[in-house]
Design a protein around this ligand. Structure first.
Ligand SMILES: [Ca+2]
Length: 492
């Protein structure tokens, strides 16, 4: 058997591919897995990406000693479906209720923490795991992220000696609400912030972004403390550390949207025993690729239902830039975030997107609906709900209040809150901020139809209910949460 293992390790080094079955993988070769996930954190808000304002020394260190991904994207810009996609390694549109926010995740969908536990890992999470929703409704007896622990210290104290671990650290930073003014009060230089291209530039918006940065910094400090604890038990070199976020920042035209502000997230991985550090990769990565990656490093074959692709070949390569030529695009989509449409059952704003280096193409399946939620529709599922797909906060309030200030404010308000056509196309070479929809421009008709065809082929291959004419049920599944209410609205 030793011979087989050596041959396997040589193969691993030579081919950059792990083919070992778990029964043949020595326990000592299996890394711990630390998965640290922020809540509502957009690319490129980390020092390693060149952001000069936000301070993220932990993330930057992991990038220096590991691999920094420039093009990492969530499956869906909404907590529940994004986390479900990460845990199952599948597109959220394959997960029934879990395509939606505040739902459930049926026990029939395998999740990597369970599979790792069955193969001998000690598995746990703290704070925000798969959420928000009711996992019991789906036939589960614990959170899909694992067994709940008070914190990482508690988890380590209960971990049996010699057992590899898989831990999910789910911070609720930088999700709203913020302590207003906390960023400025802590000395974050708001004047130096480079606001997202879709925000108007104002003191209110800058202060709001500074508050978001303040929470990003707190998340980074907490991950740093966990790394110190792993270092203290002498296992940091044999731990695969992954730091990322579940969707983009909770601001207009970001979270709950398929633009970069909603779906593109920071991602770093560090595993000194096997992975050459100090590399920056441009390959497109979906966070659905993480579950098959975690299984493969543990010597397990990912279940066939997983649509994600393991990153192990990329991680074990010593190259930079583009490593896997097949990783030249990514998909994402949205079903129901908050049910605030002009329909009795709430409904959502279903959309799918495909992103390449040069273009972003979005298909809006219901252009008759409000992508940011209705302005205020008393007959809606939640009376008083107010642009319910956008979290309430100073930037939202500012944009709504100042929408008629000048042409620029009016345009940015329209882009964030108005209805959108059935197709959107952005030329990222000239419009990295994704503000100018060129879908109707004849000069782009060929590019548009090629992207649409490519998107539809992949959705069809992954049995997306939207393409199979079976999407009604996705909209009819129960919603267990609330919605942002118009300021001043009083419930009866
Ligand atoms: Ca989130």
């Amino acid at each position: 058997m030793r011979k087989w293992v050596i041959a396997c390790l040589i193969g691993l080094l030579a081919l950059g591919f792990v083919a070992c079955r778990v029964s043949e993988t020595p326990q000592s070769a299996r890394p711990n897995i630390l998965f640290a996930i922020a809540d509502d954190w957009s690319w490129p808000h980390a020092g390693a990406y060149g952001d000069l304002v936000v301070k993220t020394p932990t993330f930057d260190r992991v990038a220096r000693e590991g691999v920094l991904f420039n093009h990492a994207y969530v499956a869906s810009p909404s907590c529940t479906p994004s986390r479900a996609a990460i845990l199952t390694g599948q597109w959220h549109w394959r997960l029934e209720e879990s395509a939606n926010l505040w739902s459930t995740l049926r026990s029939e969908f395998p999740v990597y923490p369970d599979l790792l536990e069955e193969s001998g890992y000690f598995v746990g999470y703290t704070r925000k795991g798969w959420a928000p929703g009711k996992f019991e409704v789906g036939g589960r007896t614990r959170n899909p992220a694992g067994t709940a622990f008070e914190d990482f210290e508690d988890f380590l104290a209960q971990k049996p000696e010699g057992q590899p671990f898989c831990f999910w650290f789910g911070s609720t930073d930088p999700h709203r609400g913020y302590e207003e003014g906390s960023g400025l009060a802590d000395g974050i230089p708001a004047d130096s912030i480079e606001p997202n291209a879709s925000f108007p530039d104002s003191a209110e918006v800058r202060s709001d972004v500074a508050d978001y940065y303040w929470e990003v910094q707190r998340f980074d400090r907490e991950v740093g403390s966990i790394l110190e604890q792993i270092q203290a038990i002498g296992e940091l070199e044999s731990t695969l550390v992954v730091i990322t976020g579940d969707n983009g920042m909770p601001f207009p035209r970001c979270k709950a949207n398929l633009y970069d502000g909603g779906v593109r997230v920071p991602l770093v991985m560090r595993w000194p025993e096997k992975v050459v550090g100090g590399r920056v990769l441009d390959d497109f990565v979906s966070l659905t690729d993480l579950a098959p990656t975690f299984l493969e490093v543990a010597g397990l074959a990912p279940p066939a239902v997983m649509t994600g692709r393991s990153l192990v070949n990329t991680l074990l390569s010593d190259k930079e830039g583009r490593v896997d030529e097949a990783r030249d695009f990514v998909l994402f989509g949205k079903e129901r975030h908050v049910p605030v449409q002009e329909t009795p059952d709430g409904g959502g704003t279903p959309m799918r997107g495909i992103r390449t280096y040069e273009y972003l193409y979005i298909k809006n399946f219901r252009p008759d609906r409000w992508p940011a939620g209705t302005p205020n529709h008393q007959e809606a599922h939640f009376p008083g709900s107010w642009y319910g797909d956008v979290d309430n906060g100073p930037t939202k309030f500012y944009m709504v209040e100042h929408r008629e200030k000048d042409e620029q404010h009016a345009e940015l308000f329209r882009l964030a809150f108005d209805k959108r056509p059935g197709e959107e196309l952005y030329d990222l070479r000239s419009d990295p901020g994704q503000l100018k929809n060129v879908a109707a421009d004849p000069a782009y008709s060929q590019v548009k139809s090629e992207l649409e065809q490519r998107l539809m082929e992949h959705l069809s291959a992954t049995r997306d209910p939207r393409l199979l004419g079976e999407a009604d049920r996705l909209e009819q599944y129960p919603y267990y949460g609330g919605s942002p209410l118009k300021p001043g609205f009083k419930k009866d």
